[in-house]
Design a protein around this ligand. Structure first.
Ligand SMILES: *[C@@H]1O[C@H](CO)[C@@H](O)[C@H](O)[C@H]1NC(C)=O
Ligand SMILES: *[C@@H]1O[C@H](CO)[C@@H](O)[C@H](O)[C@H]1NC(C)=O
Ligand SMILES: *[C@@H]1O[C@H](CO)[C@@H](O)[C@H](O)[C@H]1NC(C)=O
Ligand SMILES: *[C@@H]1O[C@H](CO)[C@@H](O)[C@H](O)[C@H]1NC(C)=O
Ligand SMILES: *[C@@H]1O[C@H](CO)[C@@H](O)[C@H](O)[C@H]1NC(C)=O
Length: 666
């Protein structure tokens, strides 16, 4: 038998090891038990058994060292006819010392088995041993350079699952072909893979390996040879697993992953796709997240834009304030109107101390102040009610500052600090306000009739100026005894004029949303409908006139014919009854030469407080009437406003200087 025939024959036997691969069925630790062995041909001719054995021993050492270092090794020792050729392979996931130990034991058995190496007989010079995780072949024939044999046998030694399908072969082929291509290119010539099939509820694992000395092409050819043998080896019914092993390459597949370490798979085919419900859930979650994110983004942008706008507005305002103040400073010199610093005001009023407080008006508190140059001033700190813009405020103040009349308190200047602090500075009136004198039974005596006439005429001139001669037609809206200030010579000065303008910027007659006025002085049409005109001031003037003549308050109650009346109703009743003298302040009575003017003034006062605004005279007529001689005939006063409004409480009601403030909705 020629060497090549021996070779072929041996190979046919040797490679035909296909193991049952139900790994779970194998007992634990079965990996190192021998799966099978193949014996080759006995030595031909006069070959020396001892020489061969000695070569084998040397070869075994080479193979163990090589396999430990490189995972697999080939070697040849000696010269024919006693040369020894060998190959050893450790499975890719079982390397280095562990494998070297196993291989060493196997080689020891193969070389030193005293009887017959695995039953092959002493003369046999070709032994192949397959273990689960390593394999080796020792031969007296050089098998290393030749091609690996194609698998030609068949084997039915596999468990076939009942439901396995034809396609299974295709699936196996796909997996092992894929990893074979990978293994051939890798330096360790080793590759593993997994392939999953949802419908079949099947997961396939595959492992292929060549010895590292083989070139990629040779490795690929070796593996392809095994793979092409699969259909014949494993019948189409399909199997749980199978392997074909030849000494220099192996192919294996299983439906079970315990046969090798799956930590580093070379491929993972047919990864399960997320199921539809998962898909929908994912889509829903993603959409919700996207919606929420875009909503938040939108909100964030909106807030940012708002802040941006607010910042711009603030900058615009502060620029406006600066420019207005600059403008003001430039005009200051020639207008006789000053712009004061807030610190100046604080210093002048002792930090707006309570000791410096002169009073609290409807528009804010008034403080006495002393400027460094010795000028006494009254400082009115406006409340924060003004909704006016600064520019508008400035225009109004400048208009008001231009109103100059000896019966008007002079506005000396103003002070602005920030957006809210607005202060008006007036000349200081040492004798304070009229109410403090006329309603005081002792001080009232000091104001005799000529002085009262002077006061009344001063007020009427001041009002006339505001209504007619000022070109602005300022309606005071809050004329009352407390707003009439007296200078050192008891000349009257109207204060708080123009406040309505400053606060609401409305002109002569208008429906204002804000009503300013004081109980007892306010005209009925203004109080009830918000209609304000010069005639409302005339009404207040009439009330004031009656107060000055009588020395009593409009808010008091007065008994007539057993019933209580308000001052204006009481005055009218007395007038109708021809008893007007009853009204006159006790301290004025006695001087007959004043009789006519007193009667005339009471008459005019009653004309001013008539119910209908149309019946009331305008200020210029009032002034004419007050100064008219005895020949002039005045109309009879009609019933005054609030005639039927009866006072409540005691006859001598306490002073009631309550400011009322009504806001009408349009
Ligand atoms: C046996 O060996 C001798 C020399 O060592 C040689 O001459 C002879 O041809 C050999 N026989 C065979 C059958 O090879
Ligand atoms: C491992 O392989 C390399 C390269 O193929 C080789 O040079 C080296 O000698 C081998 N190691 C052993 C111990 O055989
Ligand atoms: C076989 O036995 C001899 C002697 O005991 C020993 O030196 C040698 O290493 C053994 N061979 C192997 C492959 O273990
Ligand atoms: C495979 O085995 C069957 C019978 O089990 C046999 O008929 C057939 O010839 C065998 N094929 C090969 C290539 O050995
Ligand atoms: C997997 O591969 C990485 C690097 O490729 C290696 O560090 C790791 O040890 C490997 N794990 C196993 C179990 O082989």
């Amino acid at each position: 038998m020629s060497a090549s025939v021996v070779h072929r024959h041996f190979l046919l036997l040797a490679v035909a090891l296909v193991a049952l691969a139900m790994t779970l069925l194998l007992p634990t630790g079965a990996e190192d038990t021998i799966l099978g062995h193949k014996c080759g041909m006995p030595a031909a001719g006069n070959a020396s058994s001892d020489a061969y054995r000695s070569n084998l021993n040397a070869l075994a050492a080479i193979l163990v060292a090589g396999a430990r270092a490189n995972g697999s090794a080939v070697g040849a020792v000696g010269a024919p006819p006693d040369a020894a050729y060998g190959v050893a392979l450790c499975r890719g996931d079982f390397t280095s010392d562990a494998c070297a130990r196993g291989l060493g034991d196997a080689l020891h058995s193969a070389v030193n088995d005293s009887e017959s190496a695995f039953g092959c007989g002493r003369q046999v010079r070709d032994v192949t041993l397959f273990y689960d995780r390593y394999q080796l072949r020792l031969s007296g024939v050089d098998f290393l350079s030749g091609d690996e044999p194609r698998w030609a046998g068949n084997n039915t030694n596999f468990v076939a699952p009942a439901d396995a399908a034809q396609r299974f072969d295709g699936l196996v082929k796909e997996l092992v072909t894929t990893i074979a291509a990978i293994a051939a290119e890798r330096p360790d010539r080793y590759a593993t893979g997994r392939s999953r099939f949802e419908e079949q509820r099947l997961t396939l694992y595959g492992l292929v390996q060549c010895t590292v000395d083989m070139s990629p092409e040779r490795c690929r050819a070796c593996l392809d040879g095994l793979i092409s043998a699969f259909p014949a080896t494993f019948r189409p019914s399909g199997q749980h697993g199978g392997r074909i092993l030849v000494p220099r390459c192996t192919v294996r597949y299983e439906t079970d992953d315990t046969f090798f370490n799956t930590a580093n798979l070379s491929v993972d085919l047919h990864k399960p796709k997320p199921s539809k419900s998962w898909l929908w859930a994912t889509i829903a979650v993603v959409s919700v997240l996207v919606l929420a994110a875009s909503f938040l983004l939108h909100r964030w942008r909106k807030i940012r834009r708002k802040r941006e706008l607010a910042r711009l507005e603030l900058r615009r305002l502060s620029l406006a304030v600066k420019s207005v103040i600059n403008l003001w400073r430039m005009e200051e010199g020639n207008s006789g109107f000053s712009l004061y610093d807030f610190s100046q005001m604080k210093g002048a009023t002792n930090g707006f101390s309570i000791e410096n407080k002169l009073g609290q008006g409807g528009f804010g508190a008034v403080y006495k102040g002393l400027l460094p140059d010795g000028l006494e001033i009254a400082v009115k700190r406006l409340g924060p009610r003004s909704l006016q813009g600064l520019l508008e405020f400035k225009n109004e103040i400048q208009l008001i500052a231009k109103l100059q009349h000896r019966s008007l308190v002079r506005l000396l200047g103003c002070c602005i600090e920030g957006e809210h602090e607005k202060i008006l500075v007036y000349e200081y009136m040492p004798n304070k306000s009229l109410d403090l004198i006329i309603f005081d039974s002792k001080k009232g005596v000091s104001l005799d009739w000529p002085k009262r006439l002077n006061i009344i005429n001063g007020i009427s001139q001041g009002l006339l100026y505001l209504h007619v001669h000022s070109r602005l037609c300022v309606v005071h809206r809050d004329l009352k005894a407390t707003n009439i200030l007296l200078d050192s010579e008891m000349n009257p000065k109207i204060s708080d004029f123009g406040m309505a303008r400053i606060f609401s910027s409305s002109v002569a007659e208008s429906n204002t949303t804000r009503i300013v006025g004081t109980h007892g002085y306010i005209a009925p049409e203004y109080a009830s409908d918000g209609v304000c005109s010069v005639k409302s001031d005339v009404f207040s003037f009439g009330v004031l006139l009656l107060e000055i003549i009588s020395g009593t308050m409009t808010t008091g109650s007065y008994r007539y014919d057993g019933k209580l009346y308000k001052l204006i109703a009481y005055a009218w009743l007395l007038w109708k009854a021809g008893q007007w003298q009853e009204l006159v302040d006790r301290c004025l009575i006695g001087n007959q030469e004043y009789h006519f003017t007193m009667e005339r003034y009471v008459h005019v006062a009653l004309l001013c407080v008539q119910e209908s605004a149309d019946d009331r005279p305008a200020m210029d007529e009032v002034v004419k009437m007050l100064s008219s001689g005895e020949g002039a005939v005045l109309p009879e006063p009609k019933r005054p406003a609030y005639f039927n409004v009866r006072p409540v409480g005691t006859e001598m009601s306490a002073s009631c200087d309550m400011s009322i403030s009504i806001t009408l909705s349009r």
